[in-house]
Each structure stands twice: as C-alpha cells, then as structure tokens.
Design a protein around this ligand. Structure first.
Ligand code: SF4
Ligand code: SF4
Length: 151
C-alpha cells in the first residue's frame, strides 16, 4: 500500500444542470440509431396495438455493428425518427429507454469533457435545475439493466 486514497468521486458528484429545451435535435435531422431493448419492443408494439413481429417489420431495421447486430427504429428520408411528428414524439409514453434516459448515458458521463462537449448538440446541458447524482445514476442503471434486442 502506498497510502494513496482511491476515490470513487465522479465529476457529477454534486449533480449536473440539465433541462430539455425541446429543440428536438435528438429526434430528428441527423442520421442515428434508436436501439431497442426487449422491453422497448414489447411496450412499443403494445402502444401501436400490433404484434412484435409486425412492429419489427414496419418500424425497425437491423444494424450491423461488426461482430453483433442490433435492432434500431427506422428513420424517415429526412433522418427524422419514424415517430417524430410536428406535435412531438408520437409514442412519448412508450418511448425507448435510450430516449427516456438521454442525455444521461454512460458514454457522456465517464469524463467531464464528454459532458461539456455534448452541450454543442444538446442545448439542455448546463441549463435549468440540478439533476442529482442519484437521479443520474438511476438513469444510467435503467439503460444498462435492460436487455438489448439482438439478432
Ligand atoms: S437535444 Fe437536448 S434539449 Fe434538444 S430536445 Fe433533445 S434532450 Fe432536449
Ligand atoms: S422514439 Fe420519440 S423520443 Fe425517441 S427518437 Fe423517436 S421521436 Fe424522439
């Protein structure tokens, strides 16, 4: 032992400011993936009153990530999410965990620089009230605990 104290402190120990500005940038305009978990598929298919197979055929695509494949929602030709409408998300109450937990994803929370850089694409970062460390970690866990849909 060299006496150095290990620290589990995170840069968001005291929480992070975030308030969605409803700009819709995370739902539209740019190509991207909305990966689904098994639970997302179940919830979305029920929301649309269709079988999971029908939902998969109508609203999903297979994404080859090199070594493994995942299921994502399809996009419109302008890269808007298939469920985006001028009134907002058509499946808001049943939206996938990826959407519900954004922007509190582990990929943005390992380093403070990642979080700060995110402000350039998500104007809610750094605005509004403080989201506590407990709430942030709850959202990280929510996403990690769900089993991804693979093929
Ligand atoms: S990009 Fe950020 S601020 Fe804009 S709608 Fe998405 S979460 Fe809200
Ligand atoms: S499912 Fe809804 S919240 Fe998620 S990207 Fe599509 S429109 Fe946005």
């Amino acid at each position: 032992m060299n006496g150095r104290k290990m620290s589990n402190n995170k840069f968001y120990e005291n929480g992070l400011q975030f308030e969605c500005q409803r700009c819709s940038a995370c739902c539209r305009h740019d190509p991207g993936y909305v990966f689904l978990t098994k639970k997302d598929l179940e919830t979305l298919a029920a929301e649309k009153s269709m079988s999971e197979d029908t939902f998969l055929n109508k609203y999903c695509r297979i994404i080859d990530l090199g070594g493994f494949k995942r299921i994502s929602l399809v996009e419109k030709s302008n890269y808007d999410c298939i469920f985006w409408s001028e009134d907002g998300c058509e499946v808001y109450k049943a939206r996938p965990v990826q959407c519900r937990t954004y922007p509190f994803w582990i990929s943005y929370l390992e380093e403070e620089t990642e979080w700060k850089e995110l402000a350039s694409s998500c104007p809610g970062v750094g605005k509004g009230p403080i989201v506590s460390k407990e709430e942030i970690e709850k959202r990280i866990a929510e996403r990690q605990d769900e089993q991804m849909l693979t093929v």
